[in-house]
Design a protein around this ligand. Sequence first.
Ligand SMILES: [Zn+2]
Length: 501
Amino acid sequence: MPYVKGRTKIKLYNTLTRRKEELEPRVEGEISMYACGPTVYNPIHIGNARTFINFDMIRRYLEYRGHKVTFVRNITDIDDKIINRAAEEETTPKVIAEKYEAVFHADMARLGVTPPTHEPKATEMIPEMVDLVKILIERGLAYEVGGNVWFRVREFKDYGKLSGRSLDEMRAGKRVEPDPGKEDPMDFALWKRSKPGEPSWESPWGPGRPGWHLECSAMSLKLLGPGFDIHGGAQDLIFPHHENEIAQSEGATGEEFVRYWVHAGLLNLDKEKMSKSLGNVMLLGDLLKQWSPNTVRMLMLGTHYRNPLDFTREGLMQAQANVEKIERTIENIDFALGLELPVSRHNTLGLRDAVHEARAHFVSAMNDDLNTAEALPAIFNLVKEANSVVEGADELPVGEALHKCREELLELTDVLGLDLEPQADWLSVEAPLRALAGEVLGPLPTGVSREGLLNALLERRAAARADREWSVSDRIRDSLAATGIEIEDTSAGPRWKLVRK
Ligand SMILES: [Zn+2]
């Protein structure tokens, strides 16, 4: 069954409506998408990394299905946390923000996260933020007290629609804060008066700086327009951050801000919620000292993006084995492509079917709210089929089918952001193989294929075993293993298999 792009619709779980909905972009074939970026005061931890990997996966899949995606991910480069960190390190907030922005970009590059279409910094959009606050004051949705501007939540009738909580419930759960100027404990800051020595910008309310929630509204509205398709972030941003973004944006424009609110699940470290207060935080940079970006991604995508992820060492080991399994399969295919074996029509048809099946299974899993946990098995089914027809084969599928299978494996894994282009060139097997054959078998005629060399060596080994010349047979087996070829003795005779050195 040939696969046709765009035939079935992608379903996304929308936090706002609490159900899966078919993705209907505002403009056919185009998606506008915003995800909250980092506050650059610290290197990111693996929970943050999970969120960025998941939104990268979503964007890649939308593009794979033929959508033109405009993706905005901001940098929060002014915030209390940055100011506090600057005080600790006895430097300026600007120095801190620049330092950790560079660390963040390096982390994203290592993880293979595609850079966003636009990456605005909060401090570069202060005039837009001031304008937004002015509009909210004009509309009676905000008020100024002593240089601070607050959003008046009770005047925005939809307040609570994203988190599904009423204002009364929120007030009941709210700690009393010493903000004597606020009309309601739930009112939140749009503009904060600067304390002496803090960075500040001029405004109609005196020198100050924007509140965090305001930054995201101003940046997304400016770059994506008054309404856009997808807004994402981690689940812990639903309240208050995203609730407040809706209040500010819809309060100012009077239009629907976002169609689909998409929230990524959190991460448990060894079965415990990872949090700074518990002291169990693992930085991404530390994780990548021991594990490859592919392994980290494989682990993250093995769990559906909305579910909590249990991050364990066992999970990492399993993910690493899974990455290697796909890499080895591609190498096996590359090696088989260099062999001159007879073609099997049966294996050719079987492999072609497996390629179509894998793609259809992958697409239907991903269309169902980006279910990577179900899309990965589609890839592994193809891996299994490919290995069954190439490992130790006497006959092979036609080369075109092998190429197609190789391309499909690389394409589907690339949609998930895994970079599995072979590192090793299996042509490099040829030189040591030829040298070994020369040593064991004596001078060889030129032009013998890789397969011819391998078969001649296996025959020599069989003869040595029959004559109980163990040193010769062991030497051939060990030298082949050092080259990356493993010999397995079966009732049908010896079979070779490529393994990673
Ligand atoms: Zn945000």
